[in-house]
Design a protein around this ligand. Structure first.
Ligand SMILES: [Fe+2]
Length: 329
């Protein structure tokens, strides 16, 4: 048998068709690997793997990844996995700081402008919020700037939704959730499950939340540091709002004058979710609402889509799809 040519990858004519399929070349690497998924029984899995391979190969070719960089990436991903346990999910953090969590969230919860926009759930809704009466104060540790939160839950046409459930949780004035500081913060501090009144209205007392850093003592924190990014999230109150016959929404209420409101480490901020928290200096009003004077206020209305209302499925018209060469559309 003659010796095989030593360097055929770039200059050889197309190989004759082989019973086992096309051989790997630099030029057609993605097509060759994608073809290996041709017999995938689940069509959605086949679509995902085919697209993933095309994008991944395009990325490697785009940056001409070196073997050292590839090795470093493998080590990084290995360490990311090793950082995960029951209370720490480093892979979700990685997804967060790459904007993938927000993109998946946004794609799956399009509103079409008729309901409150969603944002990420975040990692701190790990305990049930305690049911509380309207007006109750959820700030049990007595720290921070007092604040009255008011709002109304409606359907997409503005119709009130009596009895809607409004689940809220937030960080304290030091930038920590209760579950991060067991024994330091009171249990269930700054959490509450409220039931809207007959007009769909809700109100409760709390404090103005503070910005806080995502956990940055692992590989994701190293990535942020290496790329000159900060790990902070702007101040926010988490909401999950549900009502019978309507699509629930998981969202945040952002404080407009918080640091990092325009550079959230996880890209969770949407313009429609930012509110002013004006100060009120009125002893009579303060006494009425049961807060020390002065105090801050914020109003946050929440509109839910009806359960039978199909959310928009297409991309907004002003967003052009990005085409990666060789990726089937
Ligand atoms: Fe949060």
């Amino acid at each position: 048998m003659p010796d095989a040519p030593s360097d055929t990858a770039l200059s050889a004519p197309p190989a004759p068709a082989r019973a086992g399929g096309e051989l790997f070349t630099e030029e057609r690497s993605a097509e060759v690997v994608a073809a290996s998924f041709a017999d995938t029984p689940n069509p959605r899995l086949q679509q995902i793997m085919t697209s993933l391979v095309h994008h991944l190969h395009a990325f490697v070719k785009d940056v001409e990844l070196t073997e050292e960089e590839w090795g470093e990436a493998i080590t990084f991903l290995t360490r990311t996995g090793q950082m995960c346990d029951d209370v720490r999910q480093e892979f979700i953090l990685l997804s967060d700081v790459l904007g993938v969590s927000m993109l998946v969230e946004t794609i799956n919860h399009r509103t079409g402008g008729t309901s409150t926009e969603s944002t990420v759930l975040g990692p701190f809704h790990m305990v049930e919020s305690p049911p509380r009466e309207l007006g109750e104060n959820i700030a049990l540790d007595g720290k921070g700037e007092p604040c009255l939160v008011t709002g109304q839950v409606t359907g997409p046409d503005g119709e009130p939704l009596p009895g809607a459930l409004v689940d809220v949780w937030q960080a304290n004035d030091d930038g920590f959730y209760d579950v991060q500081q067991p024994g330091i913060q009171p249990e269930r501090n700054l959490r509450g499950l409220f039931t809207a009144d007959d007009d769909g209205r809700f109100w409760f007392r709390t404090i103005v939340p503070r910005y806080y850093p995502i956990p940055d003592d692992g590989p994701v924190g190293e990535l942020l540091a290496a790329t000159g990014r900060h790990p902070n999230r702007p101040a926010h109150v988490h909401f999950i709002v549900t009502a019978p016959g309507h699509r629930p929404v998981t969202t945040h209420l952002f404080v407009d004058d918080s640091p990092y409101v325009d550079s959230d480490a996880v890209f969770g901020v949407k313009e429609s979710l930012i509110r002013e928290f004006p100060a009120v200096d009125d002893p009579t009003r303060a006494a009425e609402v049961g807060l020390p004077n002065p105090f801050r206020t914020v109003h946050f209305d929440v509109a839910l889509l009806r359960a039978d209302q199909a959310p928009p499925t297409a991309q907004p018209a002003d967003v052009q799809p990005t085409v990666v060469k060789g990726v089937p559309s």
